[in-house]
Write a protein that binds this ligand. Structure first.
Ligand code: NAI
Ligand code: PYR
Length: 277
């Protein structure tokens, strides 16, 4: 098969869809041809010559990468890329179509086959291509929140762990799946007061067993969300409703003026919050 990897066009997207050893080498050894757009890996620290050594050829223009039978990307195509859609193209990437209606319309119009990473299901119902990114997003959300609580970054100057005689920060997580669990792991490790809300009571039971005595769990409903967001220093939205847009759970008037909020801007699906920070 002829496989193309274009450079990502979405703002602040520094990833590339394929690495030289794990991607290009395995595919070329299996008889496929891989064409990488010039400079596609640079923001991830991968120079073109590493791709060439692994067996890829370099496409000078985006259109050469897009002209292949299968195009492998990271994020959903941007409007400037819709012109590359065509009937005999297979596009494999995160699509998040529930939050990206224009992409869905453009794919339908050109009858392009789109396979969304986030919808691929393992026999046990898991989402193997979303899980690693959820692990990263959950862990990074706390790291970013901690940074933005510092005065230098406009925060109120809270040390997340507290010190003897001073309380730790309150970290509130809405959604206890992969993102929420990884955020909880980080926040607990830093010594924060962690509260996690989910609509799935069985999941809350599992989390209490996983982090005994280190986490408070609450049923996710408007009352509890309002009460917890009001006191949160860091608020993390980590909700997923498979195949649908996440519901808007936190409204502007629920927030205190100092909360640092982690909201998934790339796909807009982490349990929507009125304000983006
Ligand atoms: N920014 C990024 O790069 C990434 C963002 N995400 C986003 O993060 C979100 C969470 O992803 P995962 O943890 O992998 O999903 P998951 O399916 O593992 O967990 C979602 C959790 O949300 C819970 N939930 C559903 N409705 C709820 C409600 N009303 N209140 C509280 N909890 C509710 C579910 O019971 C489930 O436990 C998704 O929206 C996903 O698209 C995921 C990966 C990377
Ligand atoms: C999951 C996703 O959309 C991302 O990693 O960007």
């Amino acid at each position: 098969m002829k496989i193309g990897v274009p450079k990502e066009m979405k703002s602040n997207e520094n990833r590339v869809a394929m690495t030289p050893p794990a991607g290009v080498m395995s595919l070329t050894q299996a008889g496929h041809e891989v064409k990488i757009e010039k400079g596609a890996g640079v923001e991830s620290g991968i120079a073109d010559d590493l791709y060439v050594k692994a067996g890829a050829t370099i496409a000078e223009q985006a259109e050469d990468a897009w002209a292949q039978e299968l195009v492998v990307k990271v994020k959903e195509p941007q409007p400037s890329e819709f012109a590359f859609f065509r009937k005999d193209l297979i596009l494999f990437t995160y699509l998040h179509l529930a939050a990206a209606g224009k992409v869905a319309d453009a794919l339908l119009e050109q009858q392009t086959t789109g396979i969304a990473y986030e919808t691929i299901q393992a026999p046990n119902g898991g989402l193997p291509l979303l899980t690693p990114m959820s692990e990263i997003a959950g862990r990074m959300s706390v790291q970013a929140g901690v940074r933005f609580l510092e005065k230098t970054y406009g925060g109120k100057g809270v040390l997340v762990s507290g010190v003897p005689g001073v309380s730790p920060a309150d970290v509130v997580i809405i959604g206890g799946g992969i993102v929420g669990t990884n955020a909880a792991k980080m926040a607990i490790g830093l010594g924060a007061n962690v509260t996690l809300l989910d609509i799935n009571i069985e999941r809350l039971r599992q989390l209490e067993d996983l982090f005994p005595g280190k986490i408070r769990t609450l049923a996710s409903n408007t009352f509890n969300i309002a009460q917890q967001t009001e006191k949160a220093d860091i608020l993390i939205g980590a909700v997923l409703i498979p195949g649908a847009k996440a519901p808007k759970l936190v409204t502007e008037d629920m927030l205190n003026q100092w909360s640092w909020i982690c909201y998934c801007r790339c796909c807009g699906r982490s349990g929507r919050i009125d304000r983006n920070h």
